[in-house]
Design a protein around this ligand. Structure first.
Ligand SMILES: Nc1ncnc2c1ncn2[C@@H]1O[C@H](COP(=O)(O)OP(=O)(O)OP(=O)(O)O)[C@@H](O)[C@H]1O
Ligand SMILES: [Mg+2]
Length: 334
């Protein structure tokens, strides 16, 4: 994968110039007694790509982003962002990134325009320059009509767009964006709009690392996805790679009895006890499906019906995040 040329005047020199983010063996513990929150994270994100860090609550997504964005230090491991070491070259990293998300700081009592102008002034722009910059950003993020209203009256989607605009005030075109759950709580339309903004940023050559709990979002937006679970990367690759890990297809079996359901639950990646349905990974070929049906139900009495469909990222997520951590029952109602 080759990043766009000419967009990174600085910071592009590294052992591997195509990586905007590289992390090796990041660990982090909190509290006494120490609880390990990150347990050796490796990440490589190509310049000019969208990368999704996908994981359930408490997986360590925000902690990872905070380390990469220099807000927290890892206990061990190293990371480079835009070619700079996140500890030794912290201020160079900060100049190269934009960070928005769960910890954005916008003054609710001021208007969107006032917020952006104030931030622009803080970065050293003149009064006129700050006004111009705020105007451009309001326009770009479709906030011109709401520019003169206090931020507390904004909808969730408007607020999220303002956060993104705020992240762009300081460094007009930073190389690397960290978006921590940019669409959590947004309605489908606002989410689509935000996806558009992300695609636009990527099209201009920016690198975007976003965290999300939404599989569909990672699937639609990200070239590569890392599935984070309990402080470890459980899987990494393209959406197709991840789906192929659960066989590429899923055979859903509607069973005739709860005995059959319980007997087979352990090998399923999808569980629906109410309907006595289990989903089992398969490559989808007739030969394998036939063999599976024969093996699972040699007497022909335990399976009432079956259906075959392409695996979704949900299947991957449930499969990889349930292994060794929960019972089939615990993941059945997700
Ligand atoms: N400053 C802190 N002190 C103590 N524990 C912390 C601290 N920050 C995070 N943790 C713990 O680390 C774990 C991972 O938290 P983190 O915020 O990285 O998860 P996350 O994947 O972002 O979750 P979410 O989807 O809920 O945002 C959690 O168990 C959390 O309680
Ligand atoms: Mg978080």
């Amino acid at each position: 994968m080759t990043g766009p040329t000419g967009t990174t005047g600085k910071g592009g020199v590294d052992t591997d110039g195509d990586r905007a983010i590289e992390a090796y063996g990041l660990t982090k513990s909190y509290g006494k007694p120490a609880v390990r929150v990150l347990d050796g994270i490796d990440l490589r994100v190509g310049r000019g790509t969208v990368f999704a860090l996908l994981g359930p609550n408490g997986a360590g997504k925000t902690t990872t982003v905070r380390i990469l964005a220099t807000l927290t230090e890892a206990d061990s491991g190293t990371a480079r962002v835009a070619g700079y070491d996140v500890v030794a070259e912290r201020s160079a990293v900060r100049r190269s990134i934009s960070l928005t998300g769960q910890f954005a700081a916008v003054d609710e009592t001021q208007t969107g325009e006032e917020n952006l102008r104030m931030m622009a002034r803080l970065t050293g722009l003149s009064r006129a320059g700050a006004r111009r910059r705020a105007g451009e950003l309001l326009e770009r993020f479709d906030l011109t009509a709401a520019a003169r209203r206090p931020v507390r009256t904004y909808s969730g989607g408007m607020r999220r767009r303002l956060d993104l605009a705020a992240g762009l005030v300081g460094s007009p075109e930073p190389g690397v964006f960290f978006l921590d759950e940019p669409t959590t709580g947004l309605d489908p339309r606002s989410r689509q709009e935000l996806w558009e903004v992300v695609r636009e940023l990527a099209a201009r050559g920016a690198t975007i690392l976003l965290t999300t709990q939404y599989l569909e979002e990672a699937d639609r937006l990200a070239g590569r996805i890392a599935l984070l679970n309990r402080g470890r990367i459980a899987a990494e690759g393209t959406a197709a790679d991840l789906k192929s890990r659960v066989g590429g297809h899923r055979l859903d079996l509607v069973l005739t009895s709860s005995e059959a359901y319980l007997r087979l639950a352990g090998r399923a990646v999808h569980h629906s006890p109410e309907t006595l349905t289990l989903g089992i990974p398969t490559d989808g070929s007739a030969a394998q499906v036939r063999a599976l049906l024969d093996e699972i139900d040699p007497t022909g009495r335990e399976i009432e019906r079956f259906g075959l469909h392409s695996a979704t990222l949900d299947d991957v997520f449930l499969d990889l995040t349930s292994k060794a951590t929960t019972t089939p029952e615990a993941s059945a109602h997700v």
